[in-house]
Design a protein around this ligand. Structure first.
Ligand SMILES: [Zn+2]
Length: 241
């Protein structure tokens, strides 16, 4: 029952984030105008806008002009539903809803960062707010401030050393989210993991002079650490006796 509710909620959140992914980076409103075909601009009817089902029912084509509809829409909806269901299996309902929202927002931010190399504040600040609500607010806030401060210092240092802007302000917000959700020890593990993943990706891209978006790696480090927190905590305890 709860799993089904969380799955549906995830589909709806994914559907909303699809609109945000296309509109926010271009400075457009998420609310106006209402959903329309990107090719012929015809407004969608409600039954053309049902998460997942409409895409299948319309066979990935606009009902009016038959322009293809990107598979990104159902994919984002499905992945968000998966995130919400996964979190629901491990957390009480309220925490699960907040945490599912944080992961879904980070997923959307990752896609936007990947494509535009910049992310809108309209998504990153709400993600931090929801992350604080997903646990004990005061403790989460303390950890968030510590991680944001640490990252801001790191950014200043690296920027001064390399004489160019290192990391974006959004990376600092995501670091704060990592601290809020994971706490200090696991948060550091997540940042270490994110750095490893980023280095690996950099190596795969054969060290080309590319500006790697960092938010996808931070988000992946956070999510993997959340998924494997039990074995990771066990390893740390064995290591430090
Ligand atoms: Zn159309």
């Amino acid at each position: 029952m709860i799993i089904g509710f969380m799955g549906l909620l995830g589909l709806c959140v994914g559907s909303f984030l699809n609109v945000a992914i296309y509109r926010l980076p271009e400075g457009k409103s998420v609310l106006f105008p209402s959903s329309h075909c990107l090719t012929c601009k015809t407004p969608l009817r409600w039954y053309h806008n049902v998460p997942l089902l409409s895409w299948l029912f319309l066979r990935a084509k606009c009902a009016t002009c038959k322009a293809p509809i990107s598979i990104q829409y159902p994919l984002v909806e499905l992945i968000c539903a998966g995130l919400f269901i996964f979190v629901a299996l491990r957390e009480p309902l309220a925490e699960g809803v907040f945490l599912g929202l944080v992961f879904a927002l980070l997923f959307a931010l990752s896609l936007i960062d990947f494509r535009y190399k910049a992310v809108p504040d309209g998504l990153s600040f709400p993600a931090l707010g929801v992350a604080l609500l997903s646990g004990n607010v005061l403790v989460s806030l303390e950890h968030a401030l510590m991680f944001a401060g640490g990252f801001a210092l790191l950014r200043m240092g690296v920027s001064a050393f390399t004489k160019k802007e290192a990391m974006g302000e959004a990376d600092i917000l995501v670091a704060a989210i990592m601290g809020a959700i994971l706490g200090i020890t696991l948060g550091l593990v997540a940042i270490y993991l994110a750095a490893l993943l980023a280095l690996f990706a950099f190596y795969l891209l054969s060290k080309k002079e590319v500006a790697l978006p960092f938010i996808p790696f931070l988000s992946l480090g956070l999510f993997l650490t959340y998924v494997f927190q039990t074995p990771i905590t066990g390893l740390i305890e064995v290591y430090y006796g």
